[in-house]
Design a binder for this molecule. Structure first.
Ligand code: ISC
Length: 496
């Protein structure tokens, strides 16, 4: 495992401003905004640093540690969060939005990178240390206000994609009828003036899109699934989640905002996310931690929708009775509960799944909740609003839960080894945890499904992924059809 961090070019550019004019500009700006001047903030920062102790880390000497001031102010209702995003750049555009609420961000104040088997836990610990160097002025105090890092992690510990946490330079949030703006800057630098939101910028259309096979042709993938079914029937494993990829190429450079806008409009009940080139709308919540409560939505077991409401109701009833899908679902719930139990004082597991209706498919779904055990001596000790440690963070919980049997299989180690050789591809960040974490460790982590990875080298390309749980009763043709249904959200967002 490795971690590293860097501050932005924006921060470096600001450092070039002479100190005297910085201070004068800051005082003017602060006076205009009715906010504390930089000198006051520096004094508060010094006081905070003294009271919270040193934030030195193994991999970052304290003298190079960026001390950041994070300031959240309430603003009038922003309306459509996604419409605020100023840039098409998928590296510095961030989203976590559901039913019009959530957070969006842009720019980059700090980036933490991790890799290897411990990539999620390492990011959690690096964030806990970073929090000790942040000076947060938050007048809103809702989940997603104050300091926030967006994150995304590879499915596999062996993937070069690794993991990332990014603190954007600007975050805007909306929840319960309130909106807020968070800006981040270095202690030594001038804050940008006022609570300005960017002027709306035109969003680029992809134009015609063509598709090519990813790692395997559909026929080769079908055969790979048939091989896995044979291994399951021979008793090697109970379940393997098999995924495939297709590569989409657009005539125009892809604008991440176009994809986000379409996904959020078509799949409002899903979490529409963008973090470090991964974009999608996932229906599956790996874990949310909020005020001591962990909540997870487990999905496994799928049937396609027909578009005819009466027929879909019959299909929903069929799904709820399907022994193949119920087995797949039960394995996913059991693996999640097993992994969550050590972190919770109590857990609530529904007796039977409900059927979640999405525009393209229906899933068997179970909402599992647990009371996070704050007394556990987890190595990451976040400051709660009350000022004490508050147990394993949302990211520590995500690290414990990933990969669930909904994206890996059962038993985990053998199933993930089988899927890696049968799929013949690196899943990258697909099916890994994606979401955000706050300074108190609360946050939300989805599973990066119904998603695509925008190419960092070719702005016209995006790699789309979809998978499905394979059990003894699986039919390879039906599984292939299921992946097509699960690719629909991204294909439709691309306009095809
Ligand atoms: C692996 C995916 O879906 C998972 C989540 C819901 C239902 C699933 C299923 O029925 O197979 C999968 O476990 C995917 O969408 O790529």
């Amino acid at each position: 495992m490795t971690t590293s961090s860097d501050a932005t070019g924006r921060a470096r550019a600001l450092r070039a401003v002479p100190a005297a004019s910085r201070a004068a500009a800051a005082s003017r700006a602060a006076a205009l905004n009715g906010l504390p001047a930089v000198a006051d903030l520096r004094a508060r920062a010094a006081a905070t640093a003294t009271s919270t102790g040193s934030a030195a880390t193994d991999d970052e000497p304290p003298e190079s540690s960026p001390d950041l001031i994070v300031r959240t102010v309430e603003i009038p209702d922003v309306g459509d969060l996604l419409a605020l995003l100023p840039s098409a750049d998928p590296a510095t555009t961030f989203s976590w939005v559901r039913r019009g609420e959530g957070i969006v961000g842009w720019g980059e104040a700090l980036r933490l990178r991790t890799s290897g088997a411990d990539r999620i836990r390492a990011a959690d610990q690096a964030w806990a240390r970073t929090v000790g160097r942040l000076h947060v002025l938050d007048e809103v105090r809702l989940p997603g206000s104050g300091a926030v890092a967006f994150g995304s992690f590879s499915f596999s510990p062996h993937s070069a994609a690794g993991g990332v946490l990014v603190v954007p330079g600007t975050v805007v949030g909306r929840r319960d009828g309130r909106s807020w703006l968070t800006t981040v800057h270095r202690v030594a630098e001038t804050p940008s003036r006022g609570a300005h939101l960017p002027a709306p910028a035109p969003v680029g259309e992809p134009g015609p899109v063509t598709y090519r096979d990813g790692a395997l042709t559909p026929e080769a993938w079908r055969s790979a699934v048939a091989g896995v079914v044979r291994r399951i029937r021979a008793g090697e494993v109970a379940k393997v989640v098999m995924a495939r990829d297709v590569v989409a190429r657009a005539v125009a450079p892809l604008d991440v905002r176009h994809l986000l806008g379409r996904l959020a409009a078509d799949y409002p009940g899903c979490w529409t996310f963008a973090v470090d080139h991964l974009v999608g709308a996932t229906p599956e919540l790996l874990v949310r931690r909020e005020k001591g409560l962990a909540a997870c939505r487990v999905l496994a077991g799928t049937i396609e929708r027909t578009g005819d409401d009466a027929a879909d109701l019959r299909r929903a009833a069929e799904l709820a009775r399907s022994s193949k899908d119920l087995e797949e679902h039960e394995l996913a719930v059991a693996s999640l509960v097993r992994a969550l139990r050590p972190y919770c004082a109590s857990i609530n597991v529904p007796d039977a799944p409900f059927v979640l209706h999405l525009p393209n498919v229906m899933h068997l779904a179970s909402d599992v909740t647990g009371a996070v055990d704050a007394a556990l001596g987890h190595p990451s000790t976040y400051l709660s609003h009350a000022g004490g440690g508050n147990g394993p963070s949302s990211l520590a919980l995500a690290a414990a839960l990933h990969p669930t049997a909904a994206v890996g299989g059962t038993p985990t180690r053998l199933a993930t080894a089988i899927l890696a050789s049968a799929e013949q591809m690196d899943r990258g960040r697909y099916a890994g945890p994606v979401g955000w974490i706050g300074a108190d460790g609360d946050g939300e982590w989805g599973i990066g499904l119904r998603s695509g990875e925008l190419s960092a080298s070719d702005p016209h390309e995006v790699r789309l992924f979809a998978g499905c749980g394979v059990v003894a009763a699986s039919d390879p043709d039906a599984e292939l059809a299921e992946t097509e249904a699960k690719l629909r959200p991204m294909r439709e967002a691309l306009g095809s």
